[in-house]
Each structure stands twice: as structure tokens, then as C-alpha cells.
Design a protein around this ligand. Structure first.
Ligand SMILES: [Zn+2]
Length: 687
């Protein structure tokens, strides 16, 4: 195996012999299809494949039946039952630039005897391939791609995916049996959340949504599959069996790829029909692909290129396939977002909660238009799991909005001079011993006065989502802290601005802006202050819940862990964290200082006022003779009433003024609603 890895590196740099190329390609097929663990990029694989193809094309007598160009792999993972596809799932030929597409068009033109060809172009989703069979409108089987000839039967797991209909109206088109191809995906947001949950549990995040989707499909527990929120996009029909009605009535819909996609779409499948366009000229296809590459990040899914197909099914059949790929389709691959670099050093950063995060410093490398020089390693466990060493050559990936990530070290390139990464036992900033609480993956500095934590806490406090002090920012926090202009969160409100004027690069205008940002932040709602305190596990949503539960922030002192757990969506872990924060004297002193400096500490508690309107609901509509709408609403609330925003059976009183509209009409239809005017309303309060 080691030899083949070394040979791969050599062959990427020089020409190889026929036998060398065959052997290396077989090895990578095995890694990719069987082990699901690639060591080279698709692009590198294709370069090797093309080298072999070139030799074989020049010397057709050398082609053997066992060449990687002549077959579609054959080994399988043995865990699931293996089932044959009705039609082999071939992989697509790849292209990397407009010239490749134009060359493909030229080849097609010859193969298709210069018939007029149109092209469909659609996004190439980066997921896990599947094949579905429907018989008499029912989903009867779902399978992985496997080696292309047979895959694993994963029907039970497939059934967990909401976007795959369990039955579909194919019979309406006269279709008795159909085999459909598609891709299982995790959208970017769910992928990010999934990775966050892995990181929280101290597990290694996954490199891309494809790995996450592929892994999910092979899980043994269907309920867990459901939780992953997988999605399916179907984009190809490989087999179709029509009944008599279908043969007579619907052949025209089945004449084109775009027509077939429309049928799938109409039968309730998610398809790329909306992103797809059909062109008659290859130049237009090229432009579409180039334009789509600039918009790739706007899609909710990761895409790694475009798929261009001959739209006419008859011509597809005419030009046929090689043993490796169809001649009527080609993938246009976007620029790679994976690259290799060298691991130069690992720095250990202290976060605002004291967590120690190892950060790899790598030789700067451009990936997908961004230069990456710093990559988080998340925690000690991941360093060990990947056996990363300083000096290693590493594969770095940056997929979409996901932060850059080290896929793995290329251990075959080690020289023996690589150095093990030693995790510190003391805080790199304050020197206190680090602690790893049981069941957690992260080491922490628990010294609350640790400088690194103090600075990080201030940065968080002034940030956009917290107190939103515009122009303050991380750099200024670090600078002012270093200059001893600020030293903790409350000191932000007693900055000596004359000292900032003495610093390089600060004009009066920027100082004025900073000062007004600080001043304005005093009036922020309490939820922003609570979020800004940086209490562990307290995100923006929890902060809002807490702010709503209190009259002032100091009320939180009186909440027991049980009280906190009564609040919406607050679990044990969060409750304990909030409880201990508000039972720490230093924290309470800090809050008192903030209150003294005029920072708003008043909560948004809407106490159910007890009064004569307790338990009653009100809605005001139209213009009232004397009261403004807002004043009337306030009166209702002051007497314990609750305001509703629309007419429903939950409404008790509709208070109607001049030119009341649809709300009145609607309320008249619900017998339980009492329709009153302003005078009635005022009388109710008086009585
Ligand atoms: Zn420390």
C-alpha cells in the first residue's frame, strides 16, 4: 500500500508505464468506492486516468479486459445485501475548462452524424449517489451506487428521507416500472449543525456534506438516518417500462432529458428542473457553467460543478457509452477547494470560556479564492485521531461556508523529521494548570482572570450580535487592552478618549464614532446584555428567553436550576451554567458596575397582570372615536387582557372602530366572539 502511495506521487509528476498506471488507478478506485477514504483529489485521479487512456488510445492492442478504463470496479462493502442495478451506474467524464467542453461537443458532433443536438446543463450536487426503483407507483428499492453494477440495498434508510415519496403517480404516465438516479445531500446549514454537534461531543468534524450523507445512508439505525435531515435530488431515469397506455400516449414526454425531469418533478420528486437550462449551442453552455461557478455559494447545497447532457434521448442512445462513462454527458468541474500544504506549527488559543483550541499554522495556500494559513484543529482528540505532526504535508479543504479543515496528513510523505504535537498542561497565557472536565473533549483554563479570557470576553461583549458597538471590533479591543485603556467589560464605559486620540491611526471622526457606539449601547435590550456576558451555552435564543423572564437582570440571582429549566428550551446543562454564573460574586459585581454606568438591565418581562381582563383576549380594529389604537391596547393589557393579532376562535372581544374591515367580517362568522365598540370597552373597565 505504501509503495502504491509513493508511486501515485511519482506518476502525478512524470509519465508512467501502462502497468504502473493501471495498478495505481485500481488502488484509488478501491480507496474511493470501497473504503470511502480518498487520498488523492478527483482531479488528480482524472489526470492519472487520462494518462492511461492516452497510452491505450495510441496502442489499442495493449487494452486488456481488466484495465480500469474497461470496467467499473467490482468490490463491495459486505455489510448490506448487494443488489444489482437494472442499468449500470456509470460515472461521468470530467472536464475542467471551456476547451474540454468544446472538444466534447466536437466529438459528439461526429458521433451523432452532425444531427442537431441540444444540451441540458444543471448543477452537479456533491452528495452520495443512489438508485431508486418504483414498481406500480410504489418505492420498492433504494440502493447505493456501489461499484456501479451492484449496490447496497438501503431501502429502509431511503424510506427515512422525507423528500423521497414512498409512492408516486407514475401510472398516470403509463409507467409500470422505473429506475431513477439521484443524490442524497445534506444542505449546508444542516451540515454545519451536524459538524457543530460532532465538535461539541469532541468528535472530528466531517470534511464535506458528501461524506456526511454517505455515512448516514449506511447507518444501521433508520431513526438516526431520519435525524440527519438528508435530502434527495433526483436527476436521471436509467430504465423505464411502459404499459400499453404509456406506449401510445406519452412517448413525447420521454423524448428529452428535460421532459423526463419534468415528469419526475410532477411525480413529487425534488429535481434540478428549476436550476436546469437547455441550450442549442455549446458556447452558451460554457457561459452558463462559468456564471454558475460564481454563484455556487448561493445554493443551499454544496455543488462541485455542472452536468451537461445531450437533451435528446434518441441521440443519447445513438452515441452510447464507453465501459466507463456515457458519451452523451460530461461533468464540468469547478475549481477544487482542496489543496495540500505543510503543517508549520500549532498554536494554542484561549477562548472566552477558557477553552483551549489548537490552531494549525500552515504554509499559506489558496483554496477556492481564499488564502488559508490558519486552520482550527478543534481539540486534542482530533490531533491524536489524525496523528498530525508538525512538518506533515496535509490535505486542507474549504467547502463553501464551512471553515477550513485538515482532512488528513499524507503520512507517506513523512521524512522522519516530523515532530509530535504536544498539548500544553498549562494555560499558554496565564500559566494556570489546564483542566479537562470528565466527559468533555476540551481542555480549559479555569482562571476567570486569565488575560486571554478577559480580552476574548470584551471582544464578544462589544460584538455585533451582543452590544453591537460599531467600529469597536476585535483589533481595537486588543489595542486598548494592551494600552491599558480598558481592562474589563465595565471599563468599556469609562474610556478616557483623550488617550485614544494619542494613539496612532485615530482621527477625531473615528473617536466620535466609537464614543457614540459605546453610548448608544447603554440602551440595548437586556437580551443583548445577557448574550454579551458570554455565559457558557447561552446563545442569542436563550438570552432572549432569560431577558423575557425577569424584571431586571439581577432577578436571575433568585432562579434555582429547576426554575431555569421551567423556561422555554432551557435544558440541564444550560441551567447549571446560568445558575453558577449568577452565583459568582465577581460576575454580580460586574453587573452592578454596568448598571451604575447606565447600561440597561431592565428585562422584557410581560407579567400576566391580574385584573378584570385576566384570561380574556382582545383585538382592536378600525379607528376609534377617542382612543388611539396603541393606548387602547395598553389599557387592555394593564387590566390583564391579552392581545391577539388576528381573528380566531381564541378571540373573546373584537373592539370595532370606524371603517373596520375584513377582521369584522371574519369575527361575525365566529359565534363566540363578542363584537363591541370603544364605549363598551371603556364601560367594561369602569364597571
Ligand atoms: Zn489562562
Amino acid at each position: 500500500m505504501q509503495e502504491l502511495e509513493n508511486l501515485t506521487k511519482e506518476l502525478l509528476k512524470k509519465e508512467g508505464t501502462l502497468d504502473e498506471l493501471k495498478e495505481v488507478l485500481r488502488f484509488h478506485e478501491y480507496r474511493y468506492y470501497v473504503l470511502n477514504d480518498t487520498m488523492i483529489s478527483d482531479e488528480e485521479y482524472d489526470r492519472l486516468f487520462k494518462k492511461l487512456e492516452k497510452i491505450e488510445n495510441e496502442n489499442p492492442s495493449l487494452i486488456t479486459p481488466d484495465s480500469p478504463t474497461q470496467r467499473v470496479g467490482n468490490s463491495l462493502n459486505a455489510d448490506f445485501v448487494t443488489v444489482p442495478h437494472l442499468v449500470s451506474m456509470l460515472s461521468l467524464e470530467n472536464s475542467y475548462n471551456p476547451d474540454d467542453l468544446i472538444a466534447w461537443d466536437n466529438r459528439l458532433n461526429t458521433l451523432a452524424d452532425h444531427q442537431k443536438v441540444s444540451f441540458s446543463a444543471e448543477p452537479k450536487y456533491d452528495g452520495a449517489s443512489i438508485s431508486l426503483i418504483y414498481e406500480n407507483d410504489l418505492l420498492v428499492r433504494g440502493a447505493t451506487r456501489g461499484d456501479g453494477i451492484a449496490g447496497d440495498d438501503i431501502t429502509t434508510n431511503i424510506r427515512q428521507i422525507g423528500s423521497i415519496p414512498l409512492s408516486a403517480k407514475f401510472s398516470a404516465y403509463g409507467i409500470e416500472k422505473i429506475e431513477i438516479r439521484g443524490e442524497i445531500l445534506l444542505n449546508k446549514e444542516n451540515f454545519k449543525k451536524y459538524n457543530e454537534s460532532l465538535a461539541e461531543d469532541g468528535l472530528a468534524p466531517l470534511a464535506n456534506p458528501r461524506n456526511a450523507a454517505a455515512g448516514s445512508l449506511r447507518m444501521k439505525d433508520p431513526a438516526s438516518v431520519r435525524k440527519r435531515k438528508l435530502e434527495a435530488i433526483l436527476y436521471h431515469v436509467s430504465f423505464i417500462q411502459l404499459n400499453k397506455k404509456g406506449q401510445e400516449k406519452y412517448p413525447e414526454l420521454l423524448n428529452t432529458h428535460s421532459g423526463i425531469l419534468q415528469i419526475l418533478s410532477d411525480c413529487g420528486f425534488r429535481t434540478p428542473v428549476r436550476q436546469m437550462e437547455v441550450f442549442t449551442q455549446i458556447e452558451a453552455v460554457v457561459n452558463f457553467c462559468l456564471e454558475f461557478e460564481t454563484k455556487r455559494d448561493e445554493l443551499p447545497y454544496e455543488i462541485d460543478g455542472m452536468v451537461v447532457k445531450v437533451n435528446e434521448i434518441e441521440i443519447q442512445q445513438q452515441v452510447g457509452s464507453t465501459t466507463h462513462h456515457p458519451r452523451w454527458a460530461i461533468a464540468y468541474k469547478f475549481k477544487a477547494r482542496q489543496s495540500t500544504s505543510k503543517l508549520l506549527n500549532v498554536e494554542f488559543q484561549v477562548g472566552r470560556t477558557g477553552s483551549i483550541t489548537p490552531v494549525a499554522k500552515i504554509e499559506p495556500v489558496p483554496i477556492g479564492g481564499v488564502t488559508v494559513s490558519s486552520v482550527s484543529l478543534f481539540n486534542e482528540g482530533i490531533i491524536e485521531e489524525k496523528d498530525l505532526r508538525i512538518g506533515d504535508t496535509v490535505i486542507v479543504e474549504r467547502a463553501g461556508d464551512v471553515i477550513p479543515y485538515i482532512v488528513k496528513p499524507l503520512t507517506e510523505l513523512r521524512t522522519g523529521k516530523e515532530v509530535k504535537i504536544i498539548f500544553p498542561v498549562k494555560c499558554p497565557v496565564c500559566g494556570d494548570p489546564l483542566i479537562k472536565p470528565e466527559g468533555e473533549a476540551v481542555w480549559r483554563c479555569v482562571n476567570i482572570n486569565c488575560e486571554a479570557q478577559v480580552v476574548e470576553r470584551i471582544i464578544h461583549f462589544v460584538s455585533k450580535d451582543a452590544m453591537d458597538m460599531k467600529t469597536f471590533g476585535e483589533a481595537n479591543v486588543r489595542k486598548f487592552y494592551a494600552e491599558k485603556i480598558i481592562h474589563d467589560i465595565p471599563s468599556v464605559y469609562s474610556i478616557d478618549y483623550s488617550r485614544i486620540a494619542g494613539l496612532e491611526g485615530f482621527k477625531q471622526k473615528s473617536i466620535d464614532n466609537l464614543r457614540s457606539a459605546v453610548e448608544n449601547s447603554r440602551k440595548q435590550n437586556l437580551n443583548r446584555l445577557i448574550y454579551g456576558l458570554g455565559i457558557r451555552y447561552v446563545g442569542e435564543t436563550t438570552a432572549k428567553t432569560l431577558a423575557k423572564a425577569v424584571d431586571t437582570v439581577f432577578d436571575l440571582k433568585n432562579f434555582s436550576i429547576e426554575d431555569l429549566q421551567q423556561l422555554k428550551d432551557i435544558g440541564g446543562k444550560v441551567a447549571e451554567s446560568v445558575f453558577s454564573f449568577f452565583h459568582n460574586d465577581d460576575n454580580l459585581r460586574m453587573l452592578e458596575k454596568l448598571a451604575d454606568k447606565g447600561v440597561n438591565v431592565k428585562g422584557d418581562k410581560t407579567e400576566p397582570v391580574s385584573g378584570k381582563f385576566s384570561g380574556l383576549t382582545f383585538l382592536f380594529t378600525g379607528t376609534m372615536p377617542t382612543l388611539k389604537r396603541s393606548a387602547a391596547e395598553k389599557m387592555a393589557e394593564e387590566h390583564g387582557g391579552k392581545l391577539l393579532s388576528s381573528v380566531s376562535s381564541n378571540l373573546n372581544f373584537l373592539v370595532v372602530g370606524e371603517s373596520a374591515g375584513s377582521k369584522l367580517d371574519k369575527a361575525k362568522k365566529i359565534k363566540t366572539i363578542k363584537i363591541i365598540n370603544e364605549e363598551d370597552f371603556l364601560n367594561m373597565i369602569q364597571s
